[in-house]
Design a protein around this ligand. Sequence first.
Ligand SMILES: [Zn+2]
Length: 434
Amino acid sequence: MRRAIINAVVLTMNDRMDCLEKGYVRIRDGAITEVASMEGWVPDGEEECTDAAGMWILPGFVNTHTHTPMTLLRGYADDLPLHTWLTEHIFPAEARVMTPEHVRLAARLAFAEMIRTGTTCFNDMYFFSQLIAEEAKKAGLRAVLNDSLIDFPTPAFRTVDEGLALAEELIQAWAGDPLIHPSVCAHSPYTCSKETLLKAKRLADRYGTLLQIHLSETRQEVETVKKQTGLSPGEYLHRIGLLDSRLIAAHGVWLTPAEVQLFADNGAAIGHCPKSNLKLASGIADTASWLEAGVTVGLGTDGTASNNTLDMVEEMRFAALLPKGARYNPVAVSAGNALRMATIEGARALGLGDRTGSLEPGKRADLLLVRSETVNMQPVYDHYSAIVYAMNSGNIIASMAEGEWLMRNRKPVRVDEEEALQEVMERFGVKAGI
Ligand SMILES: [Zn+2]
């Protein structure tokens, strides 16, 4: 398919942060072939041409940590201490609710919300990942995912070895797919034994995939891991050989400066989840120090049970504002850096920096059209400031992944959101209960 989007402000998010005040993006068979100023524009009569005057074109958002089927538990047990929330409410509800059929339905609801809020690529850890992959493929979203290995029985597998076999099956089933990128997921160092972590690492190494884990989310986790291993969680992962450029750790709230340095030295990435960390009272991560140390930092919403949205615009705004207030430092994380975390740095954190996250020839066409001429954003003195501090997801008009439209005129094109919404409302929520 041949496409062009013209007359827009193009924020490339490349290494030079190039911005074209009036430019175009040309797309052939899912790839970006040209990003240039309109001065050099030569029409090609055979391509679909979209006039995006009054809009920005920017890379699609990359959500580096989520659990999509948890949309069914949005707001289910709020405002409780983390341990009570998780063990007395979330885990039992998951055991009751998360059938394969419900996981598919939950994923469809999640994907409609993600598309409406600008996500084109997400990193998921849950159960029944084959079904989530199938739904993501139908929706047209780029997905990194696999089942979450954990040392107790789950709705999808009873033992770690069963989980590993399922994970390997998923990796083989989607090999070479342009949108679905299987990974390996180990839940955390306090729910996975050393043996489980090493098995996960060996599987990731065998196929060259990303390895995802929750790490240093709460102070209690740090104490537990220290008691078990004598090391803090980051040091422990390093000691057993997990900390490398194919690892992404979600949260990292309690990482010490020495651990942050280990992440930087070994090229390991962090999926920063500012809203979830606040809602579960886990803490406020010192992201400015991570960036200073040179760690690759992406943004994640976490699951909707602890957020309660999948909205990367909100996540980006929290990522820019929180460190300012927490560290009394207005220059801690700039708007440009927050947008980088939501796009190119997130892509790098997932090992997809050569495919997505910026608008450059050779990359896949994963992008957003955002209306700038709106009452909540004008006047615009600085593009990054307007996007990070003033924009809301309603300003996102259209999006595409792999050169195919995900949303046009604010309507998802490949997910039947009305059907998913009705079904969820009938089966869950105040009226239905769970
Ligand atoms: Zn999580």
